[in-house]
Design a protein around this ligand. Structure first.
Ligand code: HEC
Length: 250
């Protein structure tokens, strides 16, 4: 392999693995795999409902309109107006939060818009983050987060997940001195959901946020398959035609 090919391959590998590696370094603990699948419309519908009920109080999705979401996710108008639109009654509006501008003084930070969060951070990070809360009496809300230490966001899904406690393990440092490091989290007080139910609940929200980050993604992917198949079939005909044209030329 020539030198330039080695360079090109390395650059491509860096592009592909770079964001994953940096996201994993975030809390020093590997991210959990979200398993989100934007072709699963039912999961997206549940995710939209979960988002509106548990997140839209603080977070907006300023690039997504209600009517666009309803159309993409096959949500009937009546369901949209009755159960999903809390901050407006006009379905052509974008999804705003109920949060006033001065909410920064309540949390120490303005809750960010989540339109592009799945693209910026990746779905595995969002999934891990929403599962990463644990009890920490030193923090203002009584909880901390494994993946975003000292997060300003309270554990808004605590009633569903319950409270987790940190589990430490002894990992001697380079000099061999004993050192306790946070290894994992374990349920301390159960919530109203079983762990698998909570995982699915969070997966649906993450899936919805992935959709919100690029509403045409599902269409783009299915169109991509169609275009590739078309090109394959077209290639066969083009090849037969070429043979036909050239058969008398030798
Ligand atoms: C009570 C208000 C409130 C609610 C409700 C809320 N959040 Fe947050 N959220 C915040 C605040 C404040 C921050 C800023 C945290 C920080 O940067 O430390 C934040 C930050 C985030 C972030 C960015 C994390 C990062 O790495 O920067 C994500 C993702 C997020 N929230 C997702 C959600 C989801 C999903 C829900 C619904 C299940 C939700 N939030 C509900 C207040 C809220």
């Amino acid at each position: 392999m020539s030198k330039s090919w080695v360079l090109i391959t390395m650059a491509a590998a860096a592009l592909f693995w770079g964001p994953v590696a940096s996201a994993q370094e975030e809390g020093g603990i590997a991210l959990e795999h979200s398993g989100a699948d934007i072709s699963n419309t039912e999961s997206l519908q549940r995710g939209a409902r979960n988002f509106m009920n548990y997140c839209s109080g603080c977070h907006s999705l300023k690039y997504l309109r209600y009517n666009r979401m309803a159309e993409d996710l096959k949500i009937p108008e009546s369901e949209l107006a009755g159960n999903l639109m809390f901050t407006t009654d006009k379905s052509f509006e974008t999804i705003n939060s109920a949060m006033p501008k001065d909410s920064e003084s309540w949390f120490g930070k303005q809750p960010p818009d989540l339109s592009l969060m799945a693209r910026a951070r990746g779905t595995d990070y969002l999934y891990s983050y929403l599962k990463g809360y644990y009890v920490d009496k030193t923090r203002p809300w009584g909880v901390n987060n494994l993946y975003l230490p000292s997060t300003a966001m309270p554990h808004v899904l605590q009633s569903l997940q319950g409270l987790q406690k940190p589990v430490y393990k002894n990992e001697p440092d380079a000099l061999g001195n004993a050192r306790m490091v946070l290894a994992s989290l374990a349920i301390m007080t159960p919530g109203t959901m079983k762990p698998e139910e909570y995982d699915q609940f969070v997966r649906d929200i993450v899936n919805f946020l992935d959709y919100a980050g690029e509403p045409v993604k599902a269409k783009r992917q299915s169109l991509g398959v169609f275009v590739t198949l078309f090109l394959l079939v077209f290639f066969v005909f083009a090849y037969l035609l070429k043979k036909e044209y050239w058969k008398d030329v030798h």
